[in-house]
Write a protein that binds this ligand. Structure first.
Ligand SMILES: [Zn+2]
Length: 246
């Protein structure tokens, strides 16, 4: 009787071990092999970093992907956007639809947003510009938002400024000019050419031409800060300019 009990116990233990192994293996497979699992892991890692996972005295480049999809709908993903923090400032490279939501939900300090760099004027790279402007304005950005990109960016920015002029008026009327200074809600456009386009508190941003035909001009950007660098390639299909920049 006792031996039969011991055998049954042994079978139960073995079954439990197998079940745990299957669960662990399945969880690992889900996290590593599926898009949803990878998104979950990335979100947890980014959350840890942005919520203080690094020492407060950390003063280097941080790169956060606030959008990774294109113009076609992708569940759970915003359109193209790369956020970079350097020192006390936030910079964006492209701002597709939904990316401002991702940035806010992950606690990016939009009040420190200094500029948005645009690689090219495809909709999935620019559709979220105004939402970043609004979010950073409400959060207390102290200067007008600069939007820098290839020729044509002045038309895009003028269009956004005009399209949301009525909305800005309502918001200033609601909150008051002291809380939402009207002049800080209007974006400023700057047309850039290849070369160094920003030199700011140790940060250097260099634009370079990339092949994204028939889109011309299209730029990539190299970001340098305190001995570290990152490269944003836009939608280029050419590798040579990217390799040189990197
Ligand atoms: Zn494109």
């Amino acid at each position: 009787m006792r031996e039969r009990g011991m055998a049954r116990l042994g079978t139960l233990v073995l079954a439990s071990v197998v079940a745990v192994a299957v669960l662990v293996g399945g969880g690992y497979w889900f996290l590593v092999r599926t898009a949803a699992g990878q998104d979950f892991l990335l979100g947890r890692m980014a959350g840890a970093v942005l919520s203080g996972g690094l020492p407060s005295e950390f003063d280097g480049l941080r790169v956060f992907m606030c959008g990774t999809s294109g113009p076609l709908a992708a569940p759970g993903r915003a359109q193209t956007c790369v956020a970079v923090t350097a020192g006390d400032s936030l910079y964006l490279f492209d701002a597709g639809e939904g990316s401002a939501d991702v940035a806010q939900l992950h606690g990016l300090p939009t009040e420190t947003l200094r500029a948005i760099f645009v690689t090219h004027m495809h909709s999935d790279h620019i559709a979220g510009i105004n939402n970043f402007n609004l979010a950073s304005w409400v959060q207390g950005r102290p200067a007008p938002l600069k939007v820098m990109g290839p020729a044509g960016i002045e038309r895009v920015v003028a269009g956004f400024n005009e399209a949301f002029a009525i909305d800005r008026g309502y918001r200033v009327a609601h909150h008051g000019n002291d809380f939402l200074p009207a002049e800080l809600g209007v974006m400023h456009a700057e047309v850039i050419a290849p070369g160094v386009v920003l030199q700011d508190d140790g940060l250097r941003v260099t634009a370079f031409a990339v092949d994204h035909g028939p889109v011309k001009p299209a730029y990539g950007f190299r970001i340098d800060y305190r001995g570290r660098s990152a490269v944003v390639g836009g939608d280029t299909i050419g590798r040579e300019s990217l390799t040189v920049a990197a």
